[in-house]
Design a protein around this ligand. Structure first.
Ligand code: 5GP
Ligand code: ZN
Length: 109
């Protein structure tokens, strides 16, 4: 979709810090991270809500989340998908947040 910001990221028309890419899925850092390593995993094909996305692309998302967590060393993290405006979805292209929790020892001492 021409006006969609995440479609523009997929096409390289807007810069992003890419973390993973396959035929169906792209992962990149969130521009306003809630914690260090906050990533977004999206199907490359445009769709606003989960119901608009094929099961084949959706099936790739959680394995990518696991890979990102392993690569970044995140042991504790939240996976979040806001599905629809009333559920606080701001960007109308399906995306899953992977939000690492800092390790309990970080920032102590
Ligand atoms: P939502 O509330 O829709 O689940 O979250 C949208 C997320 O997309 C937000 O965390 C926001 O920071 C992120 N975001 C919005 N625009 C851009 C952008 O142009 N680049 C990147 N990397 N992230 C974006
Ligand atoms: Zn899109």
């Amino acid at each position: 979709m021409a006006a969609c910001i995440f479609c523009k990221i997929v096409k390289g028309e807007i810069p992003s810090f890419k973390l993973f890419e396959s035929d169906k899925v792209l992962a990149f850092l969130d521009i306003q991270p809630l914690s260090k390593g906050h990533a977004l995993v999206i199907p490359k094909q445009h769709g606003e809500k989960l119901v608009d996305i094929g099961d084949d692309a959706l099936a790739e998302i959680l394995p990518v989340v696991k890979k990102l967590a392993a690569a970044s060393g995140a042991e504790n993290y939240n996976v979040l998908q806001n599905n629809g405006r009333l559920a606080h979805q701001e960007v109308g292209h399906v995306h899953f947040h992977m939000i690492p929790k800092p390790n309990a020892t970080e920032g102590l001492g």
